[in-house]
Design a protein around this ligand. Structure first.
Ligand code: SF4
Ligand code: SF4
Length: 366
């Protein structure tokens, strides 16, 4: 590590270009280094003397917007440097997702008009499922409203095509940030960091400053844990149902003491509570430190994810009632919207963050 840093930018020349502005602020941080122990971003900064666009993209995707560096910084406004590293990296991060997304333009549209777009899509998909349910057919449980064949026909492409689009975006990310061949050790290091959300710990496990400003709080990490593990349990529930259906000829509906329900019910509870917590914390946090101009997409994503969890729980609680049909349409409409928007909404952040952690694991062992 060397303190011999090279400035590419005039430290007082604030730029409207997200990458140039992030570079200006990162260079000031590289000369200062006060926040070195806060998160993975600062050790990554201190490994470099100059920052190419790909380096800025990597740093931006390593940042978790915990805001610890803003509240510790002596160069924030009214200082002439006007440092706001969480917002600067947030802007560069959002710009990178929008640039990598395929087809182009959809991510920018969602980030700026996310609430209206998500609401319209959920409504349209729910109406489509209500229309399909009105067609003659037959089956047990939820299959009385939507046959298994129709479910597969709709959801299989809606799951696989967005994943393929996301794969294109991740490939572009990897190429821009100079990623190499991935080893098991890289995957292990990235998975450990993602599973513990270590970068939301403030460096010493004291928590972050997201909503608590100068104080430390672990609430965001807890809420994020609930969302992440809740989502993974719900996904595992769906996978277990698929295995039971195809490998054991045991189609739904399943009783409570079955893998789909034992995974899905706690998953839905965690997902719903975690998203509610995230919404409360987001409401308390200072918007000036968030990603500029992307609030609509960020709020829409948390509402949508929470809506998936809540509608799933309501559907289970009110099964075989007069509300089953409309609730099923709403739940399936929310899930379908979530799938379709995955490469363009903040859902993509989980994939890009994991790629950034992988890249950081590679850079750290050089
Ligand atoms: S955020 Fe401020 S205090 Fe922290 S390293 Fe950068 S310039 Fe220094
Ligand atoms: S906002 Fe948090 S995660 Fe991002 S650079 Fe600052 S301290 Fe690191």
């Amino acid at each position: 590590m060397s303190l011999d840093v090279t400035l590419q930018t005039d430290p007082g020349a604030i730029s409207s270009d997200p990458v140039a502005e992030a570079r200006r602020q990162v260079e000031i941080c590289n000369a200062c280094r006060y926040c070195e122990g806060f998160c993975a971003v600062f050790p990554a900064i201190t490994r470099q003397k100059v920052f190419a666009d790909g380096d800025i993209t990597q740093l931006a995707n390593l940042c978790h917007n915990c805001r610890g560096c803003y509240y510790a910084c002596q160069y924030t406004a009214p200082h002439a440097f006007d440092l706001n590293l969480p917002a600067a990296l947030g802007a560069a991060r959002a710009e990178s997702w929008e640039r990598f997304a395929w087809p182009g333009g959809l991510a920018a549209l969602f980030q700026r008009r996310g609430t209206a777009l998500a609401a319209a899509l959920v409504l349209a998909c729910a109406l489509m499922f209500l229309a399909v349910a009105a067609l003659p057919g037959g089956g047990e449980g939820f299959y009385a409203y939507l046959g298994h064949g129709a479910m597969v026909l709709i959801f299989l492409p809606a799951f696989l095509l967005p994943l393929a689009a996301l794969g294109i975006g991740l490939r572009r990310y990897w190429s821009e940030t100079g990623g190499g061949a991935v080893t098991l050790a890289d995957i292990g290091a990235a998975a450990r960091s993602a599973a513990t959300l270590g970068n939301l710990g403030g460096g010493q496990g004291q928590g972050c400053n997201f909503e608590a400003e100068e104080r430390f709080s672990d609430e965001r990490r807890m809420a994020h844990h609930a969302v992440m593990w809740g989502f993974l349990l719900c996904f595992a529930s769906t996978v277990s149902g698929t295995i039971l259906h195809y490998a054991f000829a045991s189609p739904a509906p399943y009783g409570f003491f079955s893998a789909p329900k034992l995974l899905g019910v706690p998953g839905g509870v965690l997902l719903t509570l975690g998203c509610a917590g995230m919404l409360v914390l987001k409401g308390k946090a200072d918007p000036a430190l968030g990603t500029p101009g992307r609030a609509s997409g960020e709020w829409a994503f948390v509402w949508l994810l929470g809506g998936v969890g809540l509608s799933g729980l309501l559907l289970y609680g009110l099964r075989e009632s007069v509300l089953t049909g409309p609730l099923l349409a709403l739940h399936l409409g929310s899930v379908l919207t979530l799938f379709l928007l995955t490469p363009y909404s903040k859902m993509a952040h989980g994939f890009y963050r994991f790629a950034a952690l992988l890249r950081e694991a590679q850079a750290g062992r050089r």
